[in-house]
Structure formats: structure tokens, C-alpha cells
Design a protein around this ligand. Structure first.
Ligand SMILES: [Zn+2]
Length: 54
């Protein structure tokens, strides 16, 4: 009924926007999201992908 209840892993905010795709090894595209509240960018997978941390 609703979209994924995705939350920012940093501040737990649900104010997210799509932020392009991340290409992982193997050519798989994964949706990336940016938190509007804190600006943190992350993928919506909980695999061991390298997060971007500035
Ligand atoms: Zn956040």
C-alpha cells in the first residue's frame, strides 16, 4: 500500500529523495537515496556496500 519504509541510516528520517543509481561489481544497479534532512547518501540495500561518508 505504501512505498518502502526506507529510513536514513544516519538520522532515521524518512524524508528521502532518489539520488541516481550506484553500480556495484557485476553491473548491478542499485537505487541510491539522499536524506533531505541530513544530506546523507546511501543505497537501499543492506548488503556490504561501501557507503559514502564524507
Ligand atoms: Zn538523514
Amino acid at each position: 500500500m505504501t512505498e518502502n519504509t526506507l529510513k536514513c541510516p544516519k538520522c532515521k528520517s524518512k524524508n528521502l529523495r532518489k539520488y541516481g543509481f550506484a553500480i556495484v561489481s557485476g553491473g548491478t544497479k542499485k537505487q541510491r537515496h539522499q536524506c533531505i534532512d541530513c544530506g546523507h547518501v546511501f543505497t537501499d540495500e543492506t548488503e556490504s556496500i561501501t557507503e559514502e561518508q564524507l
